[in-house]
Design a binder for this molecule. Sequence first.
Ligand code: SF4
Length: 130
Amino acid sequence: MDTFRNAPCRRVAPDTFFPDGDDANAGIRAAKQICATCPARLVTECARLAVRGDERSGVWAGINIPSNFGPSRTEARRRLEILAGEKFPDAKRGEVVAHLAASGLTAAEIGARLGVGERTVYRDRKAVAS
Ligand code: SF4
């Protein structure tokens, strides 16, 4: 069975997730917005694929992997590893919440993805911001 058959990215051209050239930043934002509509289960699977495949470019699970090696790619990898984990320490949840919020998800959507209440999402966001 094709796990990703209902993924939103299936409705657009694959190169949407590998933007380059002068419009790369706009393309990355557009790809992230598509990922923000993806079901949580698929986001997790997508992050796993990127981590296991040692992907070195493209937008995966709402995270852009810079094609140039450096701190930004290391950070992208770290975020993907967090998203790919079925369990992560509570201490890391704030980072995941911040990432999902930056992708445009509401507190309710983030809570549903992480299996926590909206109040916990607000608390985590506040903790990361302070
Ligand atoms: S999270 Fe992954 S599977 Fe979902 S839309 Fe984005 S690229 Fe596709």
